[in-house]
Design a protein around this ligand. Structure first.
Ligand SMILES: O=C(O)CCC(=O)C(=O)O
Ligand SMILES: [Fe+2]
Length: 204
């Protein structure tokens, strides 16, 4: 994409107990964000994934896709996901978010929330492949959704609304002390796409 993509290069540092957030509400201009949203909707190989729960197959309440370097396979909820090869625009976005994040990402998990009934439950991104104190860059397009945090012991809570074109960087010890979720909502809303760029360490 040849357009300038930074609208406001300065992020807002949100220091939490036991972790750090860096939020760029307008990482992408509205025009660039619109273009990425449209092309991700059409160009990504979206799949309905699921898992076994108490011996029964359960579908995740959203669509998913996984892209990255060869060898950056990732296990969660009892399954191993092998990444598809980078598309041109995912590679472009990876380079853009690597600048403020200060790390070289090798994979991206995409989640597509079709409406307010799609969601992601409480979890931490603390799988062994992500290593200690992972830096995760989360990019948002489409509908604004609530993103909630809860501390695993201290009884603390935090939340923010992730808007179209925003970037949220999660870092420090956050994933070891906090969980996060995207709750369902009864509000009428359109689709949302979230991308989490990650560094997956090869597991032996
Ligand atoms: O959709 C979001 O904002 C959250 C995604 C997330 O937590 C994840 O992919 O691990
Ligand atoms: Fe997560």
């Amino acid at each position: 994409m040849q357009l300038p993509f930074f609208e406001e290069p300065s992020g807002q540092l949100i220091p939490l107990q036991d972790g750090e957030l860096l939020y760029y509400p307008h990482f992408y201009t509205a025009q660039v964000a619109d273009a990425y949203f449209r092309s991700l909707m059409a160009g990504i190989d979206w799949k309905q994934e699921g898992m076994m729960m108490y011996g029964k197959p359960v579908q995740f309440p959203r669509l998913m896709a996984w892209y990255g370097d060869e060898g950056s396979s990732y296990a969660f909820s009892g399954k191993r996901y092998v990444p598809a090869a980078w598309t041109k625009e995912l590679l472009e976005m990876k380079e853009q978010v690597s600048v403020p994040a200060g790390v070289a990402f090798n994979s991206v998990l995409l989640n597509r929330y079709r409406n307010g009934n799609d969601s992601m439950g409480w979890h931490a991104d603390d799988e062994p492949e992500l290593g200690t104190d992972p830096v995760i860059a989360s990019v948002n397009f489409g509908a604004t959704r609530r993103f909630m945090f809860r501390h695993q012991r201290a009884g603390l809570k935090y939340e923010l609304n992730l808007t179209h074109g925003s970037l949220l960087i999660m870092k420090g010890s956050l994933q070891h002390h906090w969980q996060h979720q995207v709750p369902k909502t009864a509000k009428q809303m359109g689709e949302r796409i979230n991308l989490t760029f990650r560094v997956i360490k090869p597991m032996v």
